[in-house]
Structures are given as C-alpha cells and as structure tokens.
Design a protein around this ligand. Structure first.
Ligand SMILES: Cc1cc2nc3c(=O)[nH]c(=O)nc-3n(C[C@H](O)[C@H](O)[C@H](O)COP(=O)(O)OP(=O)(O)OC[C@H]3O[C@@H](n4cnc5c(N)ncnc54)[C@H](O)[C@@H]3O)c2cc1C
Length: 376
C-alpha cells in the first residue's frame, strides 16, 4: 500500500461495550471520520438498559460533589445537540423535574440539597426554584395528598433510555459503524480487527479488562409500570420524591412510568452471572413510596422488575483517560452515566485526537478540564 493510500484509510477504533457510554463515544468517533466497531456482550449486562434516564445537574447536587455538579451542568447543556444529532425528538421523556417531600423532615432534606446548589450557583434560582403545594398540584394534578412543596428544576428532565440506545445504535450504523455481539475476556481477542485504538467502555465489566480499575458496583432495582386507557396518565415531569426518609423517582414514558431506584453494594459475581435477582424489600419499598407519590399508579400493570449495577469510581467522577498509547478508558460513571454521556464523548474525542501517551496514565482528566476550562 502506498503512503498516500495509507493516509486515506480511516483509522480503526474498537469500542468494548455497547452501553450508553460506548455507543455515544463510538458515534462521536464515527462523526470524526474513524472506522468504528463496537463489541458488546448484551443488554442483560447493561446498566443503561434498566436506568431511569434522568438528566439531573442542579437537581443531582449533593454536598461535597462540587466537581460532579460542574460536569453535570456541562453535560446537560450538551443534550439538546445530541438529540438533534440522533434525529429522534421522542427520545426526550420529560423536560423538567419536580422535587417533592412527604414530611417536614423530608422537606428539610430537600432544602439542604437546594441550599448546597444555591451556595455554589447563586444565580441558579431561575433553574432551581422553590414551589409550594399549590403549584405542584397545578403542574401534576394526580400527585398524592401527603406531598408538599419542593422545587422545580427547569431543563432537567429525562430521556427514554431504551429509545436512546436504539437511536444511538441506528445513528452509529448510519454513520458507517459496526456493532458485533461478543464478550471480550482479553484484548488479544481484538487483534483480528487490527484496531489502531481501543476504548474500554464496559461499565460494570471494566475490571475484567482492566484489573486495576478503581470501580465498585452499586446494585439497583427499577420497576416499569404500564398505563392503559383507564388509568391516570403518566406525569409530565420527572417526579423526585423524599418519602419518610427514602428517595423515590417516577420518570414518565410514552406507555407508563419508570420507578426507581434502590441502591446497595453490588457483587461482581452476581453482575457476571447476568441473572441478578431483585430483593423483595427493595421492590416493596419502591412500590409503596411510588403509590404514595402518585396514587393512580395502583391501577397500572407492573410490567417489569429490572436490576442493574452502577459502575462507580471512588470520587463519583467518571474515569476518562488513556491506559497506554493504544487503549483508552471511559468508565466509572456511577449513578449518572446517561446524563454524563455527551460530555464523556467530547472528552473522549479530545483524547482520541491526541497522539498516544507512551506513559501509562489513568488520570481522571476532569480535574484538568475544570481548572483550565479545557474541554468546556
Ligand atoms: C437502577 C439504575 C438506575 C439508573 N438511573 C440513571 C439515571 O436516571 N440517569 C443516569 O444518568 N444514569 C442512571 N444510571 C446509571 C447509568 O445507567 C450508568 O452510569 C451507565 O449505564 C453507565 O454506562 P456504561 O456504558 O459505562 O455501562 P453500561 O450501560 O452498563 O454498558 C456497558 C456495556 O458493556 C458491555 N460489556 C461489559 N463487559 C463486556 C465485555 N467484557 N465485552 C464486551 N462487552 C462488555 C455490556 O454488555 C453493556 O452493554 C442508573 C443505573 C442503575 C443501575
């Protein structure tokens, strides 16, 4: 092959993992002119398949998570462009979120979170606004009688996670990418693809490919309830509630409501089996709290009990970096991987455009981008 032919040949990126992070990064690389192959082990191992799909930034603010607050704002701001790129506006399931509380103590908990956000973003009161019970009932007439005021987070809604995954796959294939089924145990298995670069985006499976991955798993249960013509329609907002000290959210879908989510320590063996079971107590609490928030849910059909594993880093920030000159990482997105997908894709694209670092480097690039505004 002549050197001019070589220079015209697109470089080949292989992405291990076809969840929300792998697909969003793959699409971004295809748009940058890379030949892209995604190898994926299936939806039974995919957190993004069960997730609620919420896109919270200010509404996700928790004391001590300043860096995550900043990344979240940047990523939520990128979502409209990603929706346009996908060409499917129905991926959006809700535009805003309502935060509501059942008791005075629950209201106090929400107030603490809001105070943290306003202390860090003093000019954000138009995006995170206190609302009383009357406003909440005007916006969501079917909300339960025990629920009192809270907050409205404007521009922080949700996507339909499954529709999103389908749209990402379709867009990638239309852009010339390939998606193969397979569970990679060793990167040598990819040699036949002759990859110039490899991205590890295997979610909870990252430790099987990068044994030093500082990622632990948080297991979570999610319920899917289906509406019919006789039931109260799904809410228009994401409803995020605090009920007797527990947190529950209701995310609308075109055909019903997703209720989530529990959170407790996950076991990698259980994840690997691909057949993790739901705890009865988790399902019972979610159902009871969700019915308290939205009593009409009682008449819905319980269509699915889903279980997923959030791949979490120690500091709650995603790990995006380079392992060596050929292998890149995008993992550890914890409870926010869907929301953080567009930002991750931009950060990944910036790394892909750089020549490979000879030194192994697993640095989290966010510290650098936050202080310098690098990727912005
Ligand atoms: C209950 C629950 C609710 C959630 N709700 C939200 C929410 O509302 N909003 C939000 O932003 N985030 C939410 N999340 C978090 C979000 O789902 C994750 O952060 C996100 O899915 C991580 O994306 P990922 O692509 O890294 O991993 P995944 O989505 O898990 O995808 C990883 C993919 O890699 C594949 N894979 C794994 N190992 C291998 C291998 N060895 N070879 C080939 N393929 C492999 C898997 O089959 C899978 O398809 C939730 C998570 C859970 C569990």
């Amino acid at each position: 092959m002549s050197s001019s032919e070589t220079s015209r040949t697109p470089r080949h990126l292989v992405v291990v993992g076809g969840g929300v992070i792998g697909l969003t990064c793959a699409l971004r690389a295809a748009d940058e002119g890379w030949q892209v192959t995604v190898v994926d082990a299936g939806e039974h191992l995919r957190a993004a398949w069960v997730a609620g799909g919420m896109l919270g930034s200010l509404g996700e603010g928790h004391p001590g998570e300043d860096a995550l607050l900043e990344l979240s704002e940047r990523s939520v701001a990128r979502w409209p462009d990603l929706i346009v790129r996908l060409g499917d506006p129905d991926v959006v399931a809700a535009h805003d979120s309502l935060f509501v509380a059942a008791t005075a103590a629950d209201a106090g908990y929400l107030a603490q979170l809001a105070d943290f956000v306003w202390s860090r973003r003093p000019r954000s009161t138009d995006r995170l606004t206190p609302v009383d019970a009357t406003v909440i009932r005007e916006r969501e007439p079917a909300i339960g009688s025990r629920l009192r005021g809270g907050y409205l987070a404007r521009g922080e809604g949700a996507v339909d996670n499954r529709r999103l995954l389908a749209a990402l796959r379709a867009a990638l294939i239309a852009a010339g990418g390939r998606i193969e089924s397979g569970r990679i145990a060793d990167l040598a298995e990819l040699d036949g693809h002759r990859p110039d670069q490899i991205l590890l985006a295997a979610g909870a499976g990252i430790a099987d490919l990068w044994p030093d991955a500082p990622v632990h798993l948080d297991k979570g249960e999610v319920l899917r309830l289906r509406a019919d013509r006789w039931t109260v329609p799904p809410p228009l907002h994401v409803i995020r509630a605090r009920v007797d000290g527990r947190t529950v959210y209701l995310v609308p879908r075109s055909d019903g409501i997703v209720v989530g989510a529990t959170q407790y320590e996950g076991d990698a063996h259980e994840w690997r089996s691909g057949a993790a079971g739901a705890r009865a107590a988790g399902v019972a609490d979610l159902l009871a709290d969700a019915i308290e928030v939205y009593p009409g849910l009682r008449e819905y059909t319980l269509a699915e009990v889903g279980v997923g594993f959030r791949p979490c880093s120690p500091d709650g920030l995603p790990i995006i970096g380079r392992l060596d000159e050929r292998v890149l990482l995008a993992c550890g997105h914890g409870r926010n991987g869907i929301m953080l997908a567009p930002y991750t894709a931009d950060a990944f694209a910036a790394l892909l455009a750089e020549p490979g670092d000879e030194k192994p480097c697993t640095a989290n690039i966010f510290e650098q981008t936050i202080t310098t505004g690098g990727i912005g």
